[in-house]
Design a protein around this ligand. Structure first.
Ligand SMILES: [Cu+2]
Length: 672
């Protein structure tokens, strides 16, 4: 991936020329999205740099997308102060950048050095390749000269937190043989057969991926690596997995051959005795992955760029949006070893492979290693929700290791004594996750009975607030309006107001809707508040989840990786069933919990998060599974610190900001 890097020298201004091409990352040709001719390229910057990315949408206007354009989100970055306008969340901070249009993001990267990712945040293009690693290196040791260093000159930086000889990116994605947009279109069709018309067609799930890619490479013929758990699992037969053949294309593609030089597993080359930092990035659209190293243990250093207490392990779990930094020492006999990524919860999904290849005269680098012999555990299926069977529900074995306080202390803001969480919270937000079937026949994912709609024509919430600071207070709904008995899509939603095209639901202000509703679910926070969030993964059709009287029983739940923009949160605990203060309160870790930006809410499980609302703006809080967010699984938090700070960022210029904010506005603290 290093060779694909767009940066790495002091230059921090990039142009992303986004185009459509045919490519075969899984050895099966289909349309893919490229940036400057590269597939999922990496961006390297230094802490303290100003990152400027000019996004040029050169996708054909006729190329179908579930949203009318593209946008780049910088996943895991704080995006404080003026950077809030460049967070890239479509419909929240900006409109999608349409075909033929250009948009420039510009903000200072104050975040701690570590492993992040960038990705499209408008439609399905993330799943078509519009994403990549975002690596923040330690702050430059010396200020960058105005003209930049000569090309090729090393970029001096302060020493990293960890000592290692070299590094590799391990970028994990799932891959489909139809474009993600074409698959996601069908999620808007009526799920309820009675609502299907000749025009609408019926709902269709996107299904399992056809390949798992490591650094953009894989084989669609790769068999599921891991047999069901057992003492001596038999490796399954490798054969091309079933997939949807795109219209007009043959299932037997000439690319599925070792004769195609581009069709190969990714190879990570190491030298005997050296230590490598592996930057593992979960970038799937759907699949929860377990990554295992044949013959090697790795030491976990950081999760979501925050140091954790070291753990030695053979396998790590990586959900969509999560990143793990691990240390691998090449201390085994020189040979080729498999790196394998197994899908969890998705029975029938293929596995993915890369090769850890020792650079040694005795190694024949062209030989594929033997079939791996070390199976990883696979969680077979999502269990249905059951209060009684809570103990039997298998938890996602996500590493919930404590934070490494001494290492974290490097990142603390001046005057702040600790990065441990506050001992108590000012506000509690309980979010029940369900999957309602709406009156119009659509199947959605809801938070607190409210599912996010798609909102064309676009009028981003932040713009609305800038024009009209009272925009949200107008939406407070009298309790009487939500006590009706009619099950409609917008019951309990404040939809009055001349300029408001999207229904708004203000959590904690408006009463919870009795029936599943569609609208923007907005949690209003005060600046500086300590906020607790409890996520309960509830049965699909709870809370009148089916509009039909005596509707069919749908009690399934799925795991959801929840991501909060603009913040890091402490994960005080996770568990099965729903959170109960009596049952689980004492088990919460308030001493040294991990500090993350993406957390897995297990199927039929709960997660307890705490964060400090210290970032004025409008911030999405959503499931990172692309089809799930498209089906509505997003809420929004809004923090008005002061009207001036919230609304007066435009027009954005560096000199204007310096004049207005001084260094306190431009040099935002890295955390909190
Ligand atoms: Cu989800």
């Amino acid at each position: 991936m290093e060779s694909k890097a767009l940066g790495g020298d002091p230059e921090v201004s990039f142009t992303f020329n986004v185009t459509l091409a045919y490519g075969a990352p899984s050895c099966f040709a289909r349309p893919i999205v490229l940036v400057n001719g590269m597939f999922e390229p990496a961006v390297y910057i230094h802490q303290g740099d100003v990152l400027k990315i000019t996004l040029v949408n050169n996708l054909p206007a006729s190329y179908p997308g579930v949203s009318d354009g593209i946008s780049i989100h910088y996943h895991g970055l704080h995006m404080g102060g003026p950077a809030a306008w460049f967070d890239g969340a479509s419909y929240i901070s900006l409109c999608p950048i349409t075909a033929g249009s250009t948009y420039t993001y510009q903000f200072k990267v104050n975040d701690p050095p570590g492993t992040y990712l960038w990705h499209d945040h408008a439609a399905g293009f993330k799943g078509d390749g519009l994403q990549g690693p975002l690596i923040v290196r330690p702050r430059r040791a010396a200020p960058m000269p105005p003209a930049g260093l000569p090309p090729g000159a090393p970029a001096p930086s302060v020493p990293d937190l960890w000592q290692y000889d070299d590094e590799h990116i391990v970028f994990l994605s799932d891959w489909y043989h139809a474009t993600m947009n074409s698959l996601m279109f069908r999620l808007n069709m009526p799920f309820d057969a009675a609502k299907v018309t000749n025009d609408s067609g019926s709902w269709n799930w996107i299904g399992n991926p056809q390949a798992l890619l490591i650094n953009g490479r894989g084989f669609y013929g790769d068999c599921p690596l891991f047999a069901p758990a057992g003492a001596n699992p038999t490796p399954p037969v490798c054969a091309p997995t079933s997939f949807t053949v795109p219209p007009g294309r043959s299932a037997q593609q000439p690319w599925a051959s070792n004769n195609n030089p581009g069709c190969t597993h990714e190879r990570l080359v190491v030298q005997p005795g050296k230590r490598y930092r592996l930057r593992i990035i979960g970038a799937s659209t759907l699949v929860y992955m377990t990554l295992c190293f044949e013959g090697h243990n790795v030491t976990l250093l950081a999760a979501d760029a925050m140091p954790v207490a070291p753990v030695s392990t053979r396998c790590v779990d990586v959900n969509s949006g999560q990143r793990l930094d691990v240390l691998l020492t090449a201390d085994q006999p020189p040979a080729n070893y498999w790196i394998a990524v197994a899908p969890q919860y998705r029975v029938g999904s293929p596995a993915g492979y890369a090769v850890l290849s020792y650079e040694d005269p005795s190694t024949n680098a062209t030989v594929t290693p033997a079939f791996p012999t070390t199976p990883a555990p696979q969680i077979a299926a999502m269990p249905p929700w059951s209060q009684e069977a809570n103990e039997q529900v298998v938890m996602a074995p996500e590493l919930l290791v404590p934070s490494n306080g001494s290492a974290l202390a490097m990142y603390r803001r001046e005057g702040q004594p600790t990065l441990a969480p506050p001992k108590s919270a000012d506000k509690l937000v309980v979010v029940n996750l369900t999957q309602p079937l709406l009156e119009n026949g659509q199947l959605r994912w809801a938070l607190g009975n409210v599912a996010m709609p798609k909102t064309p024509p676009c009028s981003p919430l932040m713009n609305q607030l800038r024009r009209d600071p009272a925009y949200l207070t107008m939406a407070a709904v009298p309790a009487s309006t939500v006590n009706g008995t009619g099950a409609g899509p917008n019951v309990g939603i404040g939809s009055a107001g001349p300029s408001r095209s999207t229904p708004l639901y203000l959590s904690g202000v408006s009463p919870a809707p009795l029936y599943p509703s569609v609208g923007l679910n907005i949690v209003q926070l005060e600046g500086g508040q300590v906020v607790d969030v409890i996520l309960n993964n509830r049965p699909a059709n709870e809370n009148n989840g089916d509009y039909r009287p005596n509707g069919a029983t749908r009690n399934a739940t799925e795991q959801h990786p929840f991501h909060l923009h603009g913040h890091r949160f402490w994960v005080l605990g996770r568990g099965t069933g729903s959170f109960s203060p009596e049952l689980h309160g004492a088990s919460l870790n308030t001493a040294n919990p991990p500090l993350r930006d993406t957390v897995t809410v297990a199927a039929s499980g709960w997660a307890y998060l705490r964060f400090r609302a210290d970032n004025p703006g409008v911030w999405p809080f959503h499931c990172h599974i692309l089809p799930h967010i498209f089906m509505g699984q997003q809420a929004t938090s809004r923090q008005p610190l002061s009207p001036e700070k919230m609304y007066n960022f435009a027009p954005y210029t560096k000199s204007w900001l310096r004049a207005k904010w001084g260094l306190s506005g431009w040099e935002l603290p890295p955390l909190f």
